[in-house]
Design a protein around this ligand. Structure first.
Ligand SMILES: [Zn+2]
Length: 267
């Protein structure tokens, strides 16, 4: 039996585009019809803002095994979707697939390297539609590099806490229609100390707590917007023969992820 999830991460770009009422990226795979319809049904009128939180490496099995820790994510979202990511399951490859809606052979990042993605992405289609877009990401990370040089605002921060602080500030200032927020402390911790070490699980909870801060900031502005909120990771993780934390393989632990989406409807 193949235990890999059935829906692909390459369908997310077109789905988010549809919920926001913009064209999908030019080469993106088909949207997830039921997800898009469901999310739009939770909105009050037009969905005029999106905040996508990208915590690195939150495997589906982490959610299955440490479900209670995810209560804040469940509290602020209405839909969970099991997805399969792309191979090789490493950060730049997966985020290139998530935001362009394409397989690695199409977007061109096929291994762990961080060149600028040259094909059309969700960021480009949002910009063409006149949306104001921001990326908030940790310095040196894939999300700080692979979508560089676009007509959007980049907030490149030292580490997760600074990213969180900046993202909350941007949500409160209310100057953007789309904000992508990337943090990496679980991924860093699990590479150094193992996937289920105390330090790594603490970092996982920290990622969840950052999401909660973003969700609460969005909620405060429910008078002004119907906002799509996402807890959307890139790939999973597994423990190798030596007991270390890693990812990049074509195995369920690395390929299976879970995305959570919520609609904070305008009141
Ligand atoms: Zn990653």
């Amino acid at each position: 039996m193949n235990n890999t999830n059935s829906v692909s991460i390459t369908q997310i770009a077109a789905t988010v585009a549809d919920v926001m009422g913009v064209e999908p990226p030019l080469q993106a795979e088909e949207k997830i019809d039921w997800l898009s319809a469901l999310l739009k049904s939770y909105a009050n009128g037009k969905v005029d803002r999106t905040v996508l939180y990208n915590p690195d490496a939150i495997a589906l099995w982490l959610f299955q095994k440490y479900t209670a820790d995810f209560a804040p994510v469940l509290k602020h979202t209405q839909v969970g979707v099991p997805l399969k990511t792309v191979f090789p399951s490493v950060t730049p490859v997966c985020f290139a697939s998530m935001y362009t809606g394409t397989q690695p052979e199409i977007h061109g990042i096929a291994k762990y390297e961080k060149p600028v993605v040259l094909i059309d992405s969700l960021f480009d289609t949002l910009i063409r539609a006149g949306k104001r877009v921001a990326i908030v990401a940790v310095k040196g990370s894939s999300m700080a590099k692979i979508y560089a040089d676009k007509a959007l605002d980049y907030y490149i921060e030292t580490y997760d806490e600074e990213v969180c602080e900046k993202a909350v500030e941007l949500i409160e200032k209310d100057e953007y229609d789309f904000i992508s927020v990337y943090t990496q402390s679980y991924d860093d911790a699990m590479h150094l100390t193992g996937t289920e070490s105390e330090v790594a699980l603490g970092a996982m909870k920290n990622q969840i707590s950052i999401f909660e801060k973003l969700a609460l900031a969005v909620e405060k502005q429910a008078n002004n917007h119907s906002t799509l909120l996402g807890f959307v990771t890139d790939h999973g993780v597994h423990t190798n023969d030596k007991g270390g934390g890693t990812h990049g393989s074509d195995i369920p632990q690395d390929m299976n992820i879970m995305h959570f989406y919520g609609m904070k409807a305008k009141i």
